[in-house]
Design a protein around this ligand. Structure first.
Ligand SMILES: [Zn+2]
Ligand SMILES: [Zn+2]
Length: 265
């Protein structure tokens, strides 16, 4: 039994029955699906982040800089489209790793997003995250999160509870309803590997997986060294008993792309 499973949550019984899951490992991960560059609040350039990702041996890598509603990030349509052009150039010059152009959207108070659907359709994938309005109350927060995962362009709910370990508790929502909506719509829940987030945490993962949800273990890297923080996300995923089949960024690019279409659009 790997150390991350030793929590007295039935692992001994499962092992005796021969039903211990083959949990996801760092080696299974074929790409990172939530990362930033210096176009917003990252420290490294697009070129440097892509180079570092390639050195990790990834098969694919997504760049998901912040969207305009986080005003201090000063994102514009022009800037993100110029980034896409450069990313396509870098992609054309690489043989082993495919680049995906994404964004990290800000979930508005009512579940709205930064850009209209037609603009969102131009991204290869969209992460949507809470960055404001954390105290709406359970009913409004649940409605807000369900609405956002129902958006056909939203593929990953980023750092879902938005907790900061030792500083901020997660938001209040009817998580079973949110997890069920993610499963129904084909939206992945993120296991954010930042050491002060680890969000979703292990207990939420265990609860979410009973709904048949898929997950994405991402670094949310804002610099080159952050890419190596994946291990903390993997440790958390293991504590949640996640297998590679439940983690979309262990999949082949073909299978991942099919998932990103959310049942075809
Ligand atoms: Zn975020
Ligand atoms: Zn982020």
């Amino acid at each position: 039994i790997v150390p991350t499973l030793r929590e007295d949550r039935g692992e001994i019984e499962a092992a005796l029955r021969g039903e211990l899951p083959r949990v996801v490992t760092e080696r299974d991960v074929r790409g990172d699906l939530h990362t930033h560059t210096d176009l917003t609040d990252g420290l490294a350039s697009l070129d440097a982040m892509v180079e570092a990702a390639a050195e990790r041996g990834y098969a694919y890598y997504a760049v998901t800089d912040h969207a305009p509603d986080l005003y201090m990030q000063r994102m514009t349509d022009e800037k993100v489209l110029a980034q896409r052009e450069r990313l396509r150039e870098l992609d054309g010059a690489r043989r082993r790793m495919r680049l995906l152009h994404g964004t990290e959207l800000n979930i508005g108070p009512d579940g709205g997003l930064d850009w209209p659907d037609a603009f969102l359709a131009g991204f290869d994938l969209c992460v949507a995250s809470l960055h404001s309005h954390f105290d709406l109350g359970r009913t409004a927060m649940t409605r807000r999160l369900v609405r956002v995962v129902e958006n056909p362009h939203v593929n990953i709910l980023g750092h879902p509870t938005t907790r900061l370990i030792g500083r901020r508790a997660g938001v209040d929502a009817d998580w079973d309803e949110v997890f069920a909506a993610c499963a129904r719509t084909g939206t992945a829940l993120e296991v954010n590997a930042q050491p002060d987030r680890l969000d979703l945490g292990d207990e939420d993962i265990l609860r979410a997986r009973t709904h048949g949800v898929r997950f994405a273990v991402n670094t949310d890297a804002h610099s080159v060294p952050h890419l190596a923080q994946l291990r903390y996300g993997i440790g958390t995923a293991q504590r949640g008993w996640l297998t590679p089949d439940e983690v979309i960024n262990t999949w082949s690019l073909t299978r991942l792309r099919r998932f990103l279409r959310k049942g075809g659009r």
